[in-house]
Design a protein around this ligand. Structure first.
Ligand code: SF4
Ligand code: SF4
Length: 278
């Protein structure tokens, strides 16, 4: 079997993405949360919550948390035209657990993207998320939220008095689930993004829709350059790439899964992958 080797050297696009992720944390998570503070909160959970507007509470949220709804539309609009930039570059929830996962050696991690049918799980969860509040389970949806849990856990490092709250009752279950089991232990630290984030699920739908339009930008593979080596398929943390030398399209990206992290770009020795129009 051929040994797959990725392109060596520093990946400047990943360094730039990490810089954006740090900015997202500084803007929307403790201890600074400068953007959240400008809107009267300390994290993305609160006055800037973009999650609650998804579903039957949309009209209420439009009037009570208008800036959160505006941020949601900005998020989804950016995805439609430019791909999932907010999720991969700016969301502090995914960024915190992705950085946290780098503390753990790869052999101790779980590759959820390959172990689970993530699109099926993600859209199944979105369906439950939309339906449960209609039958009286709104509080459960709100309690088990990655947008509130992950920044709150991170914030406890700066406010020790919060530790008791973070490790009490349902909050402890959320911390175990989102920060550890589906966060730090996940291969890319984003198991909760791939499986249990309602914003991520809706965002991926906008990603699929936009990918079909000729004027939108997406991570795309130039098949005239691709040699079918399979490196990108192996390295994609979302298992979004399929390489099959026998197929008419030897390498393709599944936009239900791709969150535009750009890792594949840096791994392709033939520079066949880039963000571009159709
Ligand atoms: S795009 Fe083609 S050449 Fe580049 S890493 Fe993927 S399979 Fe290999
Ligand atoms: S296809 Fe590329 S940009 Fe999309 S998730 Fe996979 S590695 Fe990231």
């Amino acid at each position: 079997m051929a040994i797959l080797k990725s392109k060596p050297g520093v990946d400047r696009k990943q360094l730039l993405r990490y810089a954006w992720m740090v900015l997202g944390i500084l803007a929307l998570a403790p201890p600074f949360g400068f953007l959240a503070q400008a809107f009267g909160s300390s994290t993305i959970c609160g006055n800037l919550c973009i999650r609650m507007a998804i579903g039957s509470s949309f009209v209420r949220e439009l009037f009570s948390r208008t800036w959160g709804v505006i941020l949601l539309f900005l998020w989804l609009g950016t995805t439609l035209f430019f791909g999932r930039w907010f999720c991969s570059h700016f969301c502090p929830v995914g960024a915190l657990t992705e950085f946290g996962s780098k503390l753990l050696p790869p052999r101790l991690k779980i590759d959820y993207a390959r172990a689970v049918n993530t699109p099926l799980f993600r859209y199944g969860f979105l369906g439950a998320y939309l339906i449960l509040p209609m039958v009286g389970f709104a509080n459960i949806c709100c309690s088990y939220c990655n947008f509130s849990t992950v920044p709150e856990f991170f914030g406890a490092f700066f406010k020790p008095e919060m530790w008791l709250m973070v490790f009490t009752g349902y909050r402890m279950v959320s911390v175990l689930l989102f920060v550890f089991v589906l966060g730090i232990i996940a291969t890319d630290g984003r198991g909760h993004c791939h499986l249990l984030c309602p914003v991520g699920a809706v965002d991926s739908i906008f990603n699929i829709l936009g990918a079909r339009l000729p004027f939108t930008f997406r991570e795309r593979i130039d098949l005239s350059k691709c040699g079918g080596c399979g490196i990108c398929e192996k390295e994609c943390p979302a298992a979004a790439i399929t390489v099959d030398k026998q197929a008419a399209e030897i390498a393709r990206i599944d936009y239900r899964r791709c969150y535009q992290c750009r890792i594949c770009e840096g791994k392709c020795a033939r520079k066949a992958i880039s963000i571009r129009r159709l």
